[in-house]
Design a protein around this ligand. Structure first.
Ligand SMILES: [Zn+2]
Length: 237
């Protein structure tokens, strides 16, 4: 919070390319009204200063990577007071999908709470933003996981809203596991963490379908994040 306070008085300068890159890739940003665009840019520039981006030797971390990955944080937390995390200060950018020892598939991203690290495959990040309505966005997904972890140590969400989510989420998990909810899909039914991350992807990329199919869950996420993405130019409360 201290860092956030410091920067709110002495915000870093916002380079012109922030706007250009966001307009090109982020439909969430592109729809915001001018004053919210300004707030988004300010929060993003502060966030990027607080994060540490690293990559494999053969690719260079570009401004575009920082801006787009950072924008996923700001998008999810836009309705909240807190948008800088104490944990997960380091983002590792991979040039392609990757795997770990003992795993039999390639993955587009993961969060390692022990190492406090978020890893993302850059081509998957870009694709996630380019196809804006398929409810697949790896940056939103993994950053949701990191916020979920953070919330257990330093609260991000209102505890009452979070408890409501946990309570209803458990019922939803059972429904998915019993094939009674085809909308969110099997992957979301693995556990509460995946349910949360998948719900965030649906919330932003298919808000109308989400609201129609699972209205109670949509409302819970809306309360948690204090925003409604259906109000495109003014989503926050
Ligand atoms: Zn996940």
């Amino acid at each position: 919070m201290l860092q956030q306070l410091w920067y709110s008085f002495f915000p870093p300068k916002i380079p012109k390319e922030y706007e250009t890159i966001l307009l090109q890739h982020s439909s969430y940003y592109a729809h915001l009204n001018p004053s919210l665009k300004k707030l988004f840019l300010k929060r993003l520039s502060i966030l990027i200063h607080s994060l540490h981006f690293v990559s494999e030797k053969n690719i260079q971390v570009t401004q575009e990577m920082k801006i787009l990955i950072g924008s996923a944080f700001i998008q999810i937390t836009f309705g909240l007071k807190k948008y800088l995390l104490y944990n997960f200060k380091t983002i590792f950018i991979a040039p392609r999908k990757y795997t770990y020892k003992g795993m039999n598939q390639l993955i587009a991203g993961d969060v390692n709470p022990r190492k406090k690290l978020i890893s993302l495959s850059w081509p998957s990040v870009i694709k996630g933003f380019e196809i804006e309505d398929d409810a697949v966005n790896i940056a939103l997904h993994e950053i949701s996981h990191s916020i979920d972890f953070e919330n257990h140590i330093y609260p991000v969400f209102d505890p009452i809203h979070w408890n409501n989510w946990l309570k209803e989420g458990q019922k939803e998990l059972l429904e998915i596991q019993n094939n009674e909810d085809p909308f969110l899909g099997k992957y979301a039914g693995q556990n509460m963490k995946e349910l949360f991350a998948r719900s965030i992807e649906f919330f932003f990329e298919q808000p109308l379908e989400f609201k129609t199919q699972r209205p109670h869950l949509f409302l819970l996420i809306q309360q948690l994040l204090q925003q409604n993405p259906l109000n495109k130019n003014h989503p926050i409360f």
